[in-house]
Design a protein around this ligand. Structure first.
Ligand SMILES: [Zn+2]
Length: 447
C-alpha cells in the first residue's frame, strides 16, 4: 500500500520534543518518520504543505456523552463524531450513561458497538459503568475491551444509572483493582448536596450554593483514602473545586494512583458572567468563581490536573428550561473545546505544546492508547491543522452538534481548525466531512 505514503509539512509541528518545522511521513495510516522541514519526499509520495498553520496530533476526548442508542434526540454517534472531527478531535471515549441501554453489561456494550459502527467519523472507544449490583459484570466488560468504569457517588440524573454508596464503591474498586482496571468517578458527596439549599428558580447564585465545594473536596478525600487502601487506580472526573488541589497533589506525591481531569467550561467560563436563567451553563459540579478558575489553571501548570476533556453532555432545548433546579445539567462543547482552551491558555502564557499535552497526550495515556495523542513515529497518523492566530465568533447554528445550544454562543475564540486527519486520511477540510471511517477501539492489553 505504498500509494498511501504521504508527507505533511508545516513550519510548526507540535511534537513531544517541542514545536518545530518538520515534515511528517505517513505510511499505511501511521507516522513513519518526523524529518526536517526541507527533507526530500520519498519518490511517489503525495505532499501537503500547511505553511505556517500548526500541525497537532488529533485530540483525544475521553469524556463524551453520545447518548446513542436511546436518547439520540440529544446527540448520537453520527453528529457527535462529526462535531468532534470539526473540532480537531480524532478519538473519543463514550460515557456509559444517558444512552439506553447504559454500558453496564457486555450485552449492552455489544448493542452500543453495533449502533456506533456505521456512524463513527472518528475512532470511538467505550467506558463501562459501575452501578449497584453489577460487580459481576465488571470483569467481563474489562475483557470485552472497555477502557475502565465510571461510577457516581451522588445521583446521576438518570434513573437507569444509580449512584453507588461507600460500600458498593469499595466492592467495585476492589474488583477493578483485581484486574488492574481504572475507576473514573463523578466525585460529589451526596451528604453535602442533601444538606445544601435546594436549587430552584433562575438565579445562578442559588444553583452554585446548592453544589458546594465541600461536596467535591470530601468525596475526593474519601476516594484517595480508598485508592490508597486498595492500591487501586482512580481518576477524578470534571474537577471544579480548586480547594481539592492540595489533597490531590499530596496524594500524587505519596504515590497514590490518582489522575484528574478538568473541562473547558471550568477553565474558560465563570460564575460571575452567567446570566440568570441561562441554564446552558448548568452542569454538575458547577462552574465556579473566577478565583477558583485561576487556581485550576495553576493546577494544570504544576501537573496536579492531568487532562482537559469536554464532558460534552447535550440535551434537547426543552430540557434547558430557565429554572436551574429543573433544567438538564450538561454543557455542549465537543466542537469548541480546542479553541476555547487555546483562547484562555494563550492569555495565561501557555503554549500549544501545553494544550496538546492536556488535550491529546495525557488523555491518550489515561486510557492506555499508546498509538494516539502525539506526533512521533509508530503512532496513528491522526492530526488537526490549526490556525492559532485566527479568530471566529461562535454561531451555534454552524455547529455539528445535534442540538445547537451552547454556553459559548457569541464568544470570539482564537484557533480555527482547518482540517482533521484520521490514520492518514483527511476527514474534514473545515467545511465538509467525508463518509465515516472511524474504528471502534478496545483497551489495549497492558504490560
Ligand atoms: Zn460527564
Amino acid at each position: 500500500m505504498s500509494e498511501t505514503e504521504l508527507v505533511l509539512r508545516s513550519t510548526r509541528v507540535v511534537t513531544p520534543q517541542g514545536t518545530r518545522a518538520a515534515s511528517v511521513v505517513v505510511k499505511d495510516g501511521r507516522i513513519a518518520a518526523v524529518l526536517p522541514h526541507d527533507a526530500e519526499a520519498p519518490a511517489g509520495a503525495r505532499t501537503r504543505d500547511f505553511g505556517d498553520d500548526v500541525l497537532l496530533p488529533g485530540l483525544v476526548d475521553t469524556h463524551v456523552h453520545v447518548n446513542d442508542p436511546g436518547r439520540t434526540e440529544w446527540e448520537g454517534f453520527w453528529t457527535a463524531t462529526r462535531a468532534a472531527a470539526a473540532g480537531g478531535i480524532t478519538t473519543l471515549v463514550d460515557m456509559p450513561l444517558n444512552s439506553l441501554p447504559p454500558t453496564t453489561t457486555t450485552a449492552h456494550l455489544d448493542t452500543k458497538r453495533e449502533v456506533a459502527r456505521s456512524k463513527a467519523h472518528i475512532d470511538v472507544g467505550f467506558w463501562g459503568g459501575a452501578i449497584p449490583g453489577n460487580v459481576k459484570d465488571l470483569r467481563p466488560l474489562h475483557d470485552a475491551g472497555v477502557f475502565g468504569f465510571k461510577c457516581f457517588l451522588s445521583p446521576s440524573g438518570v434513573d437507569e444509572f444509580p449512584e453507588v454508596d461507600q460500600e458498593q464503591l469499595a466492592a467495585a474498586l476492589g474488583e477493578i483493582a483485581g484486574f488492574d482496571g481504572l475507576l473514573i468517578v463523578h466525585a460529589e458527596d451526596p451528604g453535602h448536596l442533601d444538606a445544601a439549599p435546594e436549587p430552584h428558580g433562575a438565579k445562578y447564585a442559588d444553583f452554585l450554593a446548592s453544589r458546594p465545594r465541600a461536596s467535591e473536596n470530601d468525596a475526593i478525600a474519601g476516594l484517595i483514602a480508598l485508592a490508597r487502601r486498595l492500591d487501586a487506580r482512580v481518576h477524578v472526573l470534571h474537577l471544579s473545586s480548586s480547594d481539592a488541589l492540595p489533597l490531590i497533589a499530596a496524594a500524587k506525591r505519596e504515590g497514590v494512583k490518582i489522575t484528574v481531569e478538568s473541562c473547558p467550561h471550568f477553565l474558560t467560563l465563570t460564575a460571575e458572567e452567567i446570566p440568570d436563567g441561562a441554564t446552558e451553563f448548568k452542569c454538575c459540579p458547577p462552574i465556579r468563581e473566577a478565583a477558583n478558575q485561576d487556581a485550576l489553571w495553576e493546577g494544570l501548570a504544576d501537573g496536579t490536573i492531568d487532562c482537559i476533556v469536554s464532558d460534552h453532555s447535550p440535551s434537547t432545548a426543552d430540557l434547558k428550561t430557565a429554572d436551574f433546579g429543573a433544567a438538564w445539567g450538561g454543557i455542549s462543547s465537543l466542537q469548541l473545546g480546542l479553541p476555547a482552551i487555546w483562547t484562555e491558555a494563550r492569555k495565561r502564557g501557555h503554549t500549544l505544546d501545553d494544550v496538546v499535552r492536556w488535550m491529546a497526550t495525557a488523555p491518550a495515556a489515561l486510557v492506555g492508547l499508546g498509538r494516539k495523542g502525539a506526533i512521533e513515529p509508530g503512532r496513528d497518523a491522526d492530526f488537526a491543522v490549526l490556525a492559532p492566530e485566527e479568530t471566529f465568533t461562535v454561531d451555534p447554528q454552524a455547529l455539528q452538534h445535534r442540538n445547537k445550544i451552547t454556553a459559548y454562543a457569541g464568544k470570539t475564540l482564537h484557533g480555527v481548525v482547518r482540517s482533521t486527519w484520521l490514520r492518514g486520511r483527511q476527514i474534514t477540510d473545515g467545511a465538509t466531512l467525508t463518509e465515516p471511517t472511524g474504528e471502534l477501539l478496545e483497551r489495549p492489553h497492558r504490560g
